[in-house]
Write a protein that binds this ligand. Structure first.
Ligand code: FCA
Length: 334
């Protein structure tokens, strides 16, 4: 139990009762004033399944430990400021954030200091004015390069299994240059394909302007206008949303000629039930990203235990043969 929780016991009889009950349960989560500890969880794309998965597990952490979670979306710099201000007004003592823009790092740090809030970043690491990662802010993210390489290896293996002649095959890598973890993922996939022996000249980068399915669809369609001779496509991108756009743009070639592998895994259940070119996805660990980060901030606030500065998570390949089992294992079968 946190030291300040013990102080609360002395201060208010009600809290004392609560804490006494909690001794046998999840632990007392009241702050110095006897109020429930409040923690924010700010995400850049609140409508996306991935972020809803993070929220779901963050909520589980809050429910199990008796603190309050405030789930908020912030799609740009203005909203980030607004939401952190609002969290402070509502008494939040800290937050987890997946920022809509990495360069907001210094601004977020400044706001957190102003309000004396503990916070950490998730998924997308903050960058300082010098364009370098702000390693002074605790972060939990994926091993992006490694997972990208897994995508590349899986694409190559599946191409070989289908005995597609390499000469007739090309790669469409959907890239998003404004997000470091996105670049790492697609460059990792490209690196693994080249290492496996795929000709570099047949690897095409299609630039997404935004982090959306629509934008990936447009980028793939643009690429295709000059590549009508290609019979088979290997498709990768920063996440499932990107690959979904590519799969749609390549729908006339169909699953017999296209292998698409995404990243996240949380967004593909609806795709894998269909007979389409979505072969599979690298299933990440949303529980670690939602539950563990929230617990880290909670323990920092309640017990003064600072989170690990840099935590990286891995992924496994899910496909039509195993996705039900693997999504169920992650508690993410819908
Ligand atoms: C980024 C992406 C998400 C998810 C996460 C781990 O934030 O936008 O889709 O892949 O990293």
């Amino acid at each position: 139990m946190a030291n300040h929780a013990l102080v609360s016991i002395v201060r208010t009889p009600f809290v004392a009762l609560m804490c006494a009950a909690a001794l046998v349960g999840a632990g007392c989560s009241d702050d110095e004033d006897g109020d429930k500890i409040k923690i924010g969880f700010i995400v850049k794309q609140p409508e996306e399944t991935w972020f809803r998965a993070e929220w779901k597990y963050a909520q589980q952490a809050a429910d199990e430990n008796g603190f309050e979670l405030m789930k908020v979306g912030a799609i740009d710099a203005v909203e980030v400021q607004k939401q952190i201000d609002a969290l402070a007004v509502n008494g939040a003592k800290g937050f987890v954030i997946c920022t809509p823009d990495q360069s907001l790092g210094p601004k977020i740090v400044k706001l957190a200091k102003k309000y004396d809030m503990k916070f950490m970043s998730v998924d997308d690491q903050l960058m300082g004015k010098d364009g370098k990662f702000m390693t002074e802010v605790p972060h939990l993210g994926i091993s992006a390069k490694k997972i990208g390489r897994q995508v590349g290896q899986a694409l190559y293996a599946e191409m070989q299994k289908r005995k597609w002649p390499v000469a007739d095959t090309a790669v469409c890598a959907l890239t998003y240059k404004d997000l470091d973890t996105a670049v790492e993922r697609t460059e990792g996939a490209i690196e693994a394909l080249i290492k496996a022996g795929f000709p570099e000249a047949q690897i095409h980068r299609a630039q997404q302007k935004e982090q959306s399915t629509d934008s990936a669809y447009k980028a793939t369609s643009n690429l295709l206008t000059n590549q009508s001779q290609v019979k088979h496509w290997l498709l990768c991108g920063m996440n499932d949303l990107a690959v979904r756009g590519g799969v749609r743009a390549l729908s006339t070639l169909g699953p017999a000629n296209v292998i698409g592998i995404g990243i996240n895994g949380t967004d593909v259940q609806g795709e894998l039930v269909k007979d389409n070119a979505f072969f599979g996805s690298m299933l990440l660990q949303p529980k670690k990203h939602g539950y563990d980060t929230t617990m880290m901030v909670y323990k920092w606030i309640s017990q003064g235990e600072k989170p690990a500065m840099d935590t990286r998570t891995g992924a496994i390949l899910i496909h039509r043969g195993n996705y039900e089992e693997k999504l169920k294992e992650q508690g993410f079968w819908q």
